[in-house]
Write a protein that binds this ligand. Structure first.
Ligand code: URA
Length: 243
């Protein structure tokens, strides 16, 4: 019988991403055959009964993949300490318990992937080789060539040096500028911090693509299931990473 590590098993069952599953284990919320387990490497097989917060998990749940055009004014966590609306409220029709791949700020809009496929989430958000994400940002002022170069080459935000990124001016509007930004990383409020680091505060931010998946004309606040070819492209990306 095939044995897998507990966190991988939880991710495969759609409980949460592999990293979130590790947190669940460490905080004592996972039990195998009635016994709480906090050791990350613990192996399980299909014959074991695994529960999370007392709820039995199984590998039979169908995997679903959803694209949402998130409006501003929603958090991407399921619960919010300030009681703000969650993106989960916008996908109530979906029976399966899906959760966001990565995050978007409360005041950011645009493309968000939600799924119960924890393995895919794990690969797409792995810090070493995160997938390319494309943003349209409206920033204060007009950046100089020198500032753009700093942004593109990588700059210091707090204690972190960002990887090379793309930055291109789309158009100027009054005294401000619309720009297209492409980054591979997913640090908290990274685009906003990078723009601020070159002296241009973000006025509005929208994600328009994740890898080859494009937001297109999906209406704000609406969702759709991912098309097969879109899912294949994401899975191929994730397979390339694991090799
Ligand atoms: N970068 C940000 O600053 N915010 C987001 O929501 C996404 C990327």
């Amino acid at each position: 019988m095939v044995e897998v590590r507990l966190q991988k098993y939880l991710a495969e069952c759609g409980v949460a991403s592999r990293r979130k599953s590790e947190e669940l284990i460490k905080s004592g919320q996972v039990a195998i055959n009635g016994k709480v387990v906090t050791e990350l490497g613990t192996k399980v097989s299909e014959k074991d009964e695994v529960t999370v917060e007392g709820r039995l998990v199984s590998q039979t749940e169908q995997k679903v993949y959803v694209l949402l055009n998130k409006p501003t004014g929603y958090v991407t966590t399921v619960k919010d300490q300030f009681g703000r609306a969650s993106v989960v409220d916008l996908i109530k029709e979906i029976r399966e318990r899906v959760y966001p791949v990565g995050r978007l700020d409360y005041d950011t809009s645009g493309l968000l992937i939600l799924t119960n496929d924890g393995e895919l989430t794990y690969h797409l958000t792995h810090p070493k080789h995160e997938i390319e994400k494309v943003y349209n940002a409206f920033i204060e002022g007009v950046p100089t060539e020198e500032e753009i170069k700093r942004f593109q080459e990588g700059l210091k935000i707090e204690d972190y040096i960002t990887s090379p990124a793309k930055f291109r001016i789309i158009k100027k509007e009054n005294r401000n500028t619309w720009v297209e930004i492409v980054i591979h990383e997913g640090k908290n409020r990274q685009v906003r911090k990078m723009c601020e680091a070159i002296g241009h505060k973000v006025i509005a931010l929208k994600r328009i693509a994740i890898g080859s998946i494009i937001l297109g004309n999906l209406e704000e606040g609406k969702w759709r299931y991912m098309r097969n070819e879109e899912l294949d492209a994401l899975k191929n990306f994730s397979i390339e990473l694991s090799n």
